[in-house]
Design a protein around this ligand. Structure first.
Ligand SMILES: *Cc1c(COP(=O)(O)O)cnc(C)c1O
Length: 497
C-alpha cells in the first residue's frame, strides 16, 4: 500500500512508515492511502470472533503493509492491553434503543487515547524502518485533551521526546493538573502567557524555522507532530468502527449487511473521517451524521456546499469541538473531488477564508454524510434528560452527538440501528455536566468530580481520582516569545540522555 498527497504534488511512492514519520506532505497536503482496502463478509465474521488487539493488528495490517504482522501485534498489545485499558478498550451501551460506543476508557479518559496509545509505537518503528538516524522531538500546542493524551502515549517511547505547550488561561483545572503531573524521562510541559492561538502559532513558527531545524539536527533530533493530520493517528481510529459493527453482529443485534447509522461529535473531522473510511472499506454503514456544536461550519458546509470560516468563534462547554478549520475535511475532499479540485478549494480557504465545492462533489458527500448541530442550551438539556430518563450520564461532547442523532431521526424518519460515538468521560468535564444537571455550586474541579459521583454513583476513573493529591512535576510558565529558546533547552537535555 502506497500513500499519496491530497494535493497531488508529492512524487514517488511513499510507504506508511515514511508518512507516519513525516506527518504533513511536502506540498502542504495530507497523506492518504492510494486505494481503500476492501473487507469481505467472511473477514467481518472472522473479526467478530477476535479480541480488540487482534482486530486492531489485522485492520492496521491492511493499511500499514510495510509493517510486519509481529510488529503490529506487539504495538496493538502494548497500546490496548489491560495496563492501559483496565476494562475493555471500547464500551458499548444500549440507551433508548441506540448504541453508545464509549471510546474513553483509556489513561486520560478521552477518546484521543485510542489513537495516541498506539501511534508512538508506530513512530518508533517507523524510525527504524526508514533508516532514520536522528530521534524525533514531538511538539504539541494544546487547548486540553490532545496534550495530555499525547504525553501519556509518548512517555518513555523509544527514540522520541515530547514537549507540550499550553495557554496558562486556556485549559481547565483538571487538564492543567493532568499535564503538570505527567511521568516519563522524555517529556516536558510548559505553560505560556497567552491564549491557544499564541501557543499554536508559536509551535508553527518553530516548525517553519530553518535555524532551529539546523540546531536540532546538530543535537541528533528532528521535529515531528502528533496531531490528527498524521496518518498514524487516523488509521487506528478506523478500527473501532469496524469493531463496533462486528460486536453488534456478535451480540446478534444485527446480521451482516444490516445498515447501521453512526453519529460522530466532530471538531477536526478526524474521528468521522475514520468512520467514512470504514464505510468505504465495505462495512455496512448507512448514514454518517456529523454532529457539531455552535461552531457549526461543517453543518453549513454539508447543507450548502460552501465552507466559510469567516464567522464568530464560540467558546462552548464542548471545547474539543470549538474549531473553525477542520483539517481532515481535506482528506474527504480529495476522496470525492480528486487532487486538483481539492488543492484549489484549500487555496481558496487560505487566501479568501472560504470555498465552494462543485455540485457533483457535495451530492456524492451527501449520499454518505449529513450535518446537524446542537447549541449550548440543547447540550445541557440533553445531559439532564439522558440522566433523568435513562440513568445514562454523557459528557458535553457526547451530548452534542446524542442530540444530533435525535434530530437526524426526526427529520429523516430513518429507524435503522444508530451507533453514537462517545468521546469523553463525564468526569473530564465535571463542572459543565454538574451545571447541566442544575446541581452546580461553588465547587472547584475536584469537588465537582466528587459531587457528580455522589449524584450519579458512576465510578470515578482511577487516574482522575488519584490526581488531586498528586504533586505537580512541571510548573514552568514562560513568555510566548521564549518558546523557541525553551525547545532548544529541552532538546539539549534530551540529546544528552
Ligand atoms: C478531539 C475531540 C473531539 C473531536 O474529534 P475530531 O477527530 O477532532 O473531530 C470530540 N470530543 C472530544 C472529547 C475530543 O477530545
Amino acid at each position: 500500500m502506497n500513500y499519496i498527497s491530497t494535493r497531488g504534488g508529492v512524487k514517488g511512492k511513499k510507504t506508511s512508515a515514511y508518512v507516519i514519520k513525516q506527518g504533513l506532505a511536502d506540498d502542504g497536503g495530507l497523506y492518504v492511502p492510494e486505494q481503500i482496502p476492501a473487507l469481505s463478509e467472511v473477514e467481518m465474521c472472522a473479526l467478530s470472533k477476535m479480541n480488540y488487539i487482534q482486530k486492531a493488528s489485522y485492520i492496521l495490517g491492511l493499511f500499514l503493509t510495510d509493517y510486519t504482522e509481529e510488529e503490529l501485534n506487539s504495538a496493538a498489545a502494548a497500546a490496548y492491553g489491560s495496563r492501559k485499558f483496565p476494562s475493555l478498550p471500547v464500551g458499548l451501551s444500549q440507551v433508548n434503543g441506540d448504541f453508545i460506543l464509549e471510546l474513553w476508557h483509556g489513561p486520560t479518559s478521552a477518546f484521543k487515547d485510542m489513537a495516541l496509545q498506539i501511534m508512538p509505537h508506530l513512530l518508533s518503528l517507523a524510525l527504524k524502518k526508514t533508516g532514520e538516524d536522528k530521534n524525533a522531538l514531538i511538539l504539541v500546542a494544546t487547548s486540553g485533551d490532545t496534550g495530555k493524551a499525547a504525553l501519556e502515549g509518548y512517555a518513555d517511547a523509544d527514540r522520541v521526546s515530547i514537549q507540550v505547550f499550553y495557554p496558562i488561561e486556556g485549559v481547565s483545572g483538571i487538564q492543567k493538573k493532568q499535564m503538570a503531573c505527567q511521568r516519563g524521562k522524555n517529556v516536558m510541559v510548559t505553560a505560556i502567557k497567552g491564549n491557544f492561538d499564541d501557543a499554536q502559532s508559536g509551535v508553527k513558527e518553530i516548525f517553519a524555522d530553518r535555524d532551529t531545524e539546523a540546531l536540532l539536527s546538530e543535537k541528533g533530533l528532528f521535529l515531528s507532530s502528533a496531531n490528527s493530520i498524521n496518518w498514524g493517528r487516523l488509521a487506528p481510529q478506523i478500527v473501532y468502527y469496524i469493531s463496533a459493527y462486528c460486536e453488534l453482529m456478535r451480540l446478534k443485534r444485527i446480521k451482516y449487511g444490516d445498515l447501521v447509522n453512526v453519529t460522530v461529535p466532530t471538531g477536526n473531522f478526524g474521528n468521522i473521517l475514520a468512520c467514512y473510511i470504514a464505510k468505504k472499506m465495505g462495512v455496512p454503514i448507512g448514514k454518517i451524521i456529523c454532529a457539531s456544536n455552535s461552531n457549526n461550519v461543517l453543518t453549513d458546509f454539508l447543507n450548502t456546499g460552501v465552507y466559510d470560516k469567516r464567522r464568530t468563534f464560540y467558546t462552548t462547554i464542548s471545547p474539543s469541538m470549538d474549531i473553525l478549520i477542520s483539517s481532515n475535511l481535506e482528506r474527504l475532499l480529495f476522496m470525492t473531488a480528486g487532487a486538483k479540485r481539492c488543492s484549489s478549494y484549500m487555496k481558496n480557504l487560505s487566501e479568501k477564508g472560504f470555498f465552494e465545492v462543485d455540485n457533483d462533489v457535495i451530492e456524492v458527500i451527501r449520499a454518505d454524510i449529513c450535518g446537524f448541530y446542537c447549541g449550548e442550551e440543547n447540550t445541557k438539556s440533553t445531559i439532564a434528560s439522558y440522566f433523568n430518563k435513562y440513568n445514562y450520564l454523557p459528557d458535553t461532547h457526547t451530548a452534542v452527538a446524542l442530540f444530533c442523532a435525535g434530530e437526524y431521526k426526526k427529520k429523516s424518519g430513518d429507524d435503522s440501528v444508530m451507533l453514537i460515538a462517545s468521546t469523553a468521560s463525564p468526569y473530564k468535564f465535571a463542572p459543565a455536566v454538574l451545571t447541566s444537571l442544575g446541581a452546580a455550586g461553588q465547587e472547584n474541579d475536584f469537588e465537582a468530580i466528587r459531587k457528580l459521583n455522589e449524584i450519579s454513583g458512576i465510578k470515578i476513573p482511577t487516574r482522575l481520582a488519584a490526581l488531586e493529591s498528586k504533586k505537580p512535576r512541571f510548573n514552568t510558565v514562560i513568555e510566548k516569545s521564549d518558546m523557541k529558546r525553551e525547545v532548544l533547552r529541552f532538546a539539549s537535555e534530551q540529546s544528552k540522555s
